[in-house]
Write a protein that binds this ligand. Sequence first.
Ligand SMILES: C[S@@+](CC[C@H](N)C(=O)[O-])C[C@H]1O[C@@H](n2cnc3c(N)ncnc32)[C@H](O)[C@@H]1O
Length: 287
Amino acid sequence: MTGAPSGEELKACCAAAYSSDVVALLLGDSYHPGGTALTRRLADGLGLTPGARVLDVASGRGTTALLLADAYRCDVDGLDYAPANTALAQGAARATGLADRARFATGDAEHLPYPDGVFDAVVCECALCTFPDKARAASEFARVLKPGGRLGITDVTADADRLPPELTGLGARIACVADARPLQQYAGILTAAGLHTRRTERHDNAMLRMIDQIEARLNLLRMTAPAGLTATGIDLAAAPAVLRAARTAVMDGVLGYGLLVAVRDEPCGPTPGPPPVTRPGEGSTGP
Ligand SMILES: C[S@@+](CC[C@H](N)C(=O)[O-])C[C@H]1O[C@@H](n2cnc3c(N)ncnc32)[C@H](O)[C@@H]1O
């Protein structure tokens, strides 16, 4: 790859990274800070009911989609750019007896392969930050939602102008950091697509816990399987500085993790202004 990568190259790099086994080892089942506990909080914020049709965009290995199909009894479609993730998610659906309520396909968030207005809810966890054309993805979310349908996002937040150099390269972009935006900027992108934010929350501690987990697992792998780790292309020499920079950025309020619930316009519906950002326990605007 020479020069700045194209949007398609970025998506392919991201999909390749998130379908590698070493990423699965470092991140665990959920590929996002906060894990399934935060996914449940998001699902509760969306008011999901049994039988609701839900689309999980960038579904990874299927953890979120399978949770929604199992615990919330939703009818879920998962879509991911990486064919290997789609295959693993399909296998997990079959293995857990959920294949009748959760199906998976390979495709692009910026060109969703679904008709207009079919989903009661769309969820997207830890992935909008990586999409090269966020406005295009947001308008696709709005297009496939029914009028009044809800969008739930959890994602990395970042103040791009204050990110240190360790967190700005291609690797940092694939690691969900370099092109992440502040919560209010995500809300602005969604508003332009007809999706009105009703609730935002900050979960920066979940980001710190994920950094700790990655560091601990990297150290363990370094001791137990150094050759395997080197073969993955992870720059082991740079990893401590990158993790230190990420931790400092969270403590300084430059990097974090957020949750956002938005509603698609009803025809002629009201257009509320942006809500305040809250932290859990401080109260939040209800969906
Ligand atoms: C950090 S992982 C999050 C996976 C999952 N949502 C979760 O939270 O466990 C990001 C995922 O986005 C997928 N992805 C990246 N670009 C995509 C795109 N343009 N369309 C669909 N999926 C994409 C990757 O393949 C990867 O599975």
